[in-house]
Write a protein that binds this ligand. Structure first.
Ligand code: NA7
Length: 530
């Protein structure tokens, strides 16, 4: 980074950083985006593993801030593959001439607040620095890869991959023996594609996952036209649903109907595919018996699809459905009917070691030519605590969050003035369609900075009371239901040593937006200006 001064520094050139830059420029701010990768795209820049695809329908997983953009852009598939989403991000960068204010290949290592000047100094890993009045971490919820702690981790002699750090060049598994560790969404998307070429695939499964078929297909042109003819209304309707996704969400209880009616409803949703499966009944995440009906339906589907009954049982999840993020698959379960795809259960007896030529489990060395970690992320907080962020009185964010994060609206933290987070812990983020959520956050932050400019304020900070009250509300939002009963990355349970605190806000997108609007209407209630 060159030694320059900016009004706003934004870390991350994913969809959040890109839109924020666009908004800030229009408001006349001198802004700089700093990005570790070599191009825009964030999640879609890094996660290039075979089969990577969004689990929200393409017509909804895009920006809506510019109607010309959303009318012009043509998606080709119902669920966009990673290369097409990256192409879209690049198109946006070019359309709004964003790259000239983005510094690529630069990873921010530290940020220090100086109270006397009310400015931040950001330092990159290469030692270069910039100073800025405002500092926004637009670093994403799932961006810090999680590597497991397994004996001999670095001993494998062949190529090692992480799904979240996939190489840019084509990786050819033709004729190779491949081990995949993990069975989350990334593994579920990539295993069927890898199995197309590989000679043998060994999947090491700790926890089986529920997956609903995507039924991906070329985007129906008639549907595209129908949506585009009323895109604004379509988007507005989506924002009224808890996840901010247009779809059918029913209010009734699963046990209020006969078992035949329930089965028919699940069959319709299975045939339609995707995440809307969980919208079948309003109590699936609140009532154990209701949840059991949906979970049992999916388990029966797995038993129908998978030929070998023992393998099918191993693939059947026993935890609640929806406790972990539901996966959306293409041929995942059927892939285990192929003779060269092997499932190794490592739940009771964990992987013993990574060896120079494979993976040792159950006392056996599974020899492979390539090793893939599909082991997820240090979610929600990982990218924020990876930077040495020091606020007032030298408060270090990483230490502050040692027992779990706390934030006002997922936007700002007490003692860290002029720092904003986009989709931070305490916001609905990962429970929603990320694109509209990102736009809502960015608009809120941009409007706030414009307000400060108008009022000649130089510093803003969340008050400790407002932050504590919001965080209590975030915890209350999951207190009654089943959501927090599963060991998931929402709880930090997937990272060794991480505090178990529920991080995203489960109160729904409409309630969250209302709260953000009320805060503004109330002269930024819960924030102190200087
Ligand atoms: P996930 O969903 O966090 O999945 C990671 C997987 O890796 C999961 O099955 C883990 O099992 C497994 N894992 C982690 N450590 C180990 C060890 N030591 N041994 C065996 N298995 C292990 O990450 P993804 O990248 O698939 O998806 C993340 C999100 O991206 C997803 O929710 C979508 O929103 C998109 P575990 O379940 O912890 O027992």
């Amino acid at each position: 980074m060159s030694e320059q001064e900016f009004d706003v520094a934004v870390v991350g050139a994913g969809f959040a950083g890109m839109y924020l830059l666009h908004r800030l420029r229009r408001l006349g701010f001198n802004a700089r985006v700093i990005e570790a990768g070599s191009d825009v795209g964030g999640t879609w820049y890094w996660n290039r593993y075979p089969g990577a695809r969004v689990d929200i329908e393409s017509m909804q997983y895009s920006y809506q801030f510019d109607d010309d953009l959303q009318q012009e852009w043509r998606w080709t598939e119902r669920y966009s593959p990673q290369p097409e989403i990256l192409k879209y991000a690049r198109h946006v960068a070019e359309r709004y001439d964003l790259r000239r204010d983005i510094q690529f290949d630069t990873r921010v290592a530290a940020a220090v607040y100086d109270a006397s000047s009310a400015r931040w100094t950001l330092e990159a890993e290469d030692g270069s620095k910039i100073t800025t009045r405002f500092f926004v971490m637009a670093t994403g919820c799932l961006s810090k890869p999680n590597w497991p702690q397994i004996e001999g981790m670095d001993s494998f002699a062949g190529p090692t991959y992480h799904t979240a750090l996939w190489p840019h060049e084509n990786v050819d598994f033709t004729g190779k023996r491949v081990a995949v560790i993990g069975t989350g969404s990334s593994a579920i998307q990539s295993i069927p594609v890898i199995a197309e070429d590989a000679a043998e695939v060994f999947v090491f499964q700790r926890t089986p996952n529920y997956a609903i078929p995507a039924h991906n297909a070329p985007l129906d042109k008639k549907y595209e036209k129908k949506v585009k003819d009323r895109y604004a209304d379509f988007r507005a309707e989506a924002k009224q649903t808890p996840p901010g996704i247009h779809g059918r969400f029913r209010q009734g209880g699963a046990l209020e109907v006969t078992s035949a009616e329930r089965k028919a409803e699940y069959e319709r949703r299975w045939a339609n595919g995707g995440l809307s499966f969980m919208g079948a009944y309003g109590d699936l995440m609140f009532d154990q018996d209701a949840n059991d009906t949906a979970a049992g339906f999916v388990r029966d589907k797995i038993r129908e699809i998978v030929d070998d009954p023992d393998v099918a049982e191993l693939l059947c999840p026993t935890n609640i459905i929806g406790g972990k993020r539901l996966c959306v698959d293409t041929n995942y379960f059927a892939t285990y009917n192929r003779d060269h795809v092997h499932l190794i259960d490592v739940k009771e007896r964990p992987i013993e070691a990574i060896t120079p030529d494979g993976v040792r489990a159950h006392g056996k060395n599974y020899q492979v030519d390539a090793l893939i970690f599909a082991t997820g992320f240090d979610a929600m907080t990982g990218a924020l605590t990876a930077v040495d962020i020091r606020g007032k009185g030298d408060a270090l964010l990483r230490d502050r969050w040692a027992d779990g994060p706390s934030s006002y609206l997922g936007l700002a933290m007490a003692d860290f003035p002029n720092l904003f987070t986009v989709t931070g812990p305490g916001s609905p983020s990962v429970f929603t369609n990320m694109l509209p959520t990102i736009e809502q956050h960015v608009d809120w932050i941009a409007d706030c900075l414009a307000y400060m400019k108008d009022h000649n304020y130089t510093a803003i900070e969340a008050t400790p009371d407002a932050e504590a009250a919001w965080w209590e509300h975030v915890q209350d939002s999951v207190a009654d239901g089943l959501k927090a009963t599963t060991n998931s990355w929402y709880l930090g349970a997937n990272v060794a040593g991480k505090a178990r605190v529920f991080m995203p806000y489960y109160g729904g997108f409409p309630n969250y937006c209302r709260k953000c609007e009320e805060v503004v209407a109330d002269d930024y209630e819960g924030f102190a200006f200087a």
